[in-house]
Structure formats: structure tokens, C-alpha cells
Design a protein around this ligand. Structure first.
Ligand SMILES: NC(=O)c1ccc[n+]([C@@H]2O[C@H](COP(=O)([O-])OP(=O)(O)OC[C@H]3O[C@@H](n4cnc5c(N)ncnc54)[C@H](OP(=O)(O)O)[C@@H]3O)[C@@H](O)[C@H]2O)c1
Length: 337
């Protein structure tokens, strides 16, 4: 039996859900890959680091001593692991420090998995090329639409197709608020209810102003259309200016407002927009309700292909699955080499 060692940088909602899912799939990984996957390092900003080369019991972390002095960078450079799993919060303005964490792991010749869209939006090409030079995997499936296979789909099953356009609803908070406003709920009440239910951030400005959607669109365009843009290149408009009257007026015309992401090439240059747009009530995008998400990829050989992420409880498992799926890809690729 082989062993694959994992270092988790960031152990919040996604890290904990991933660790639980990994425990549930221990037998699967043993059976399919003749490998035992063990977590050998966990690092958080406030707790510091826990390192154990023989494997950490993630069901009993409270009784294990973290080294408060050890930083993420030290863990990345010193710990014994095969796969770095980067799960720190996104910095939408720079992608840091996650980009540095990933560079550190790749430079050591380690595979890297992340759910953080920042590095994919800000430094995808550099990280992809560094991974290729080092002969390791850089996986980021959960960075956009959680575990829904957007990146994997295009890499594995739409091989040879060129993606010429991307359209989607990628931000749950704004989609939920627009939906609620259509039911007659005020903008403010919808934000409060979303916060109470836990999927709207305490400070929702990054969502409401379209930054989160812009970062996701950037990540999709960088990877699927092979361009080099950052979230600041996206023409961005949030949903804050949409009034109750506009929503009523749209409804009377059998239309709905949606915060649509749109990426395309114009005169050889990438153009990305995030903007509230009217869509017909019977269109695909109009039917993406609440915290669901949807992306339509226009391809040259296969026409339009749409993928919908339905809401599933607990939603965090969908992200954890994206990370687990990436780990299975690393195991598949390393088993073949
Ligand atoms: N939650 C979702 O549904 C979801 C979906 C898709 C993608 N993602 C992405 O997945 C990533 C993780 O999300 P999450 O919900 O798990 O976030 P979270 O609950 O806020 O957890 C973040 C973790 O990162 C740690 N951290 C922050 N800065 C660090 C640093 N410099 N060094 C080491 N650890 C650091 C935090 O430590 P402390 O707690 O000690 O501060 C915490 O353990 C984010 O990039 C997010 O955008 C999340």
C-alpha cells in the first residue's frame, strides 16, 4: 500500500468538510489506487501549525497541540507532504498570499490543489506553467461552481474544442437577492435573510458590487479561453442600483434581472463583463433560482454546452467534493506515470 501525504493550508469550512469527506472515501481510495491518503500538516492563521508525518487524526483536533509560531510559509517549505491543498480566504484585489503559498509548493515539486479563485484569477498562467515545468498537477476545480466539473469537463470531455464565449450566473448572493426582490422582498430584507441563513457574508459588498462574479469570470476566461486578464479588467456593475420598480416593470414584460457574466473575444482581445441584464422568463438563465449557478460555454465544434449547479444540502460538500475530485485526479495521474 502506497501513501500520499496532504498539507492543508487553511482549515475553515472547506478544509473541515474536505477532511470529513476524505475519511468517508478512505476505503475507495485504498481500493482504487492502493493508496492511503493521510493529512500530515494543517495550518491556520490563528492556531498556527500541526505537523505529523504519520498522519493527523482530524476527528480529534482539539486535543492536539498546534505550534502557534509556525506560519503557512514555513509549513509549505519544510513539512513532509506530496500535495499542498490551499484553502485560505480569497483576496480579490491581489490573490495573495495564496499565490505565494502555491508557488512555494510547486517550487518544491509538490502537486497543488486549491478552492481559492484568487490565484486562478490573478496568476493562472504563471502557476500552470510552473506546475508543468516541475512535472506536477495544479488543480483548481472548486474555484468556480464548487465541485461542478467546469474545468475538468473542458479538459477531459470537450478535448479539441475551442471555447469562444462564456456566459453564466456565478454569484449566489446576488442571484438570491434578485429572486427575493421579484417576490416582493426589499433588497435590505433579502440581504438580512441571506445573512441569517449563512450564505451571505457579514460584509456582502464583494458580492453585491460584482467583484466575486468578476473573479470567477476571470478565472474561467484565463483557463478556458487561455487569456491573461485580472478581475480589474472586467467591466463590472453590481446590483445595488436595481429598484423595485424596475423589477416590477420587467416582470410585466415577462423578463427577469440576472447578474450575468459574459466573456468573449472582440477584435482579438478578451472582453469580460459582469452586469445586471434582462433575460426572458422562459430562458435557461431565468430558471437558475436562489443560490444555484449556471454556465454556458460556446464552443466551435460542439455549439453551446450548459452546466447547472443545483443547490444541495449541505452546500459546503459540493466544494469539498471539488477538492476531493482534484485529489483523485492527482492520484490517477501519478498512478499512470
Ligand atoms: N465556503 C464555500 O462555500 C466556498 C466555495 C468555493 C470556494 N471557496 C473558497 O475556498 C477557500 C476556503 O473557504 P472557507 O469557506 O473554508 O474559508 P474560511 O472558513 O474562512 O477558512 C479559511 C481558513 O484559512 C485560514 N487562513 C487565513 N489566512 C491564512 C494564512 N495566511 N495562513 C494560514 N491559514 C490562513 C483561516 O485560519 P483562521 O480561521 O485561524 O483565521 C481558516 O482556517 C476560500 O478561498 C474560498 O473562497 C469556498
Amino acid at each position: 500500500m502506497k501513501t500520499i501525504k496532504l498539507a492543508l493550508i487553511g482549515y475553515g469550512n472547506v478544509g473541515k468538510a474536505f477532511a470529513k469527506m476524505l475519511r468517508q472515501r478512505t476505503d475507495y481510495i485504498c481500493d482504487h489506487f492502493n493508496t492511503e491518503a493521510v493529512i500530515t500538516a494543517i495550518c491556520t492563521r490563528s492556531k498556527g501549525a500541526l505537523i505529523d508525518g504519520s498522519g493527523i487524526n482530524t476527528e480529534d483536533l482539539d486535543n492536539q497541540a498546534f505550534d502557534r509560531e509556525k506560519s503557512a510559509v514555513e509549513v509549505i517549505l519544510e513539512a513532509d507532504y506530496d500535495v499542498l491543498i490551499e484553502l485560505t480566504p480569497i483576496n480579490i484585489q491581489t490573490g495573495m498570499p495564496a499565490i505565494d503559498h502555491i508557488r512555494g509548493g510547486l517550487n518544491r515539486g509538490k502537486h497543488v490543489i486549491t478552492a481559492n479563485k484568487g490565484p486562478v484569477a490573478w496568476a493562472f498562467r504563471e502557476l500552470r506553467d510552473l506546475a508543468a515545468t516541475k512535472g506536477v498537477c495544479f488543480c483548481h476545480e472548486a474555484a468556480v461552481m464548487d465541485g461542478v466539473p467546469v474545468f475538468n469537463l473542458t479538459r477531459e470531455t470537450l478535448m479539441g474544442c475551442q471555447i469562444t464565449e462564456i456566459k453564466g450566473i456565478l454569484n449566489a448572493t446576488t442571484n438570491y437577492i434578485l429572486d427575493e426582490m421579484e417576490k416582493g422582498v426589499t433588497y435590505e430584507a433579502a440581504v438580512k435573510e441571506g445573512q441569517k441563513r449563512g450564505f451571505v457574508e457579514a460584509d456582502p459588498s464583494m458580492d453585491l458590487e460584482g467583484w466575486d462574479a468578476a473573479a470567477k469570470l476571470t478565472a474561467l476566461m484565463n483557463v478556458l479561453m487561455d487569456v491573461k486578464i485580472t478581475p480589474q479588467d472586467i467591466r463590472r456593475e453590481g446590483i445595488g442600483a436595481i429598484t423595485k420598480e424596475q423589477i416590477e416593470e420587467a416582470k410585466a414584460r415577462k423578463m427577469k434581472y440576472k447578474l450575468l457574466c459574459h466573456g468573449r473575444m472582440e477584435n482579438g482581445k478578451p472582453v469580460g463583463t459582469v452586469k445586471p441584464r434582462l433575460v426572458a422568463e422562459d430562458s435557461l438563465f431565468a430558471r437558475v433560482n436562489g443560490t444555484a449557478a449556471c454556465v454556458t460555454l460556446t464552443t466551435d465544434l460542439m455549439g453551446d454546452v450548459s452546466i447547472i449547479e443545483h443547490v444541495y444540502e449541505p452546500e459546503i460538500d459540493q466544494t469539498a467534493y471539488g477538492v476531493l475530485g482534484d485529489l483523485l485526479r492527482v492520484l490517477t495521474e501519478t498512478n499512470q506515470s
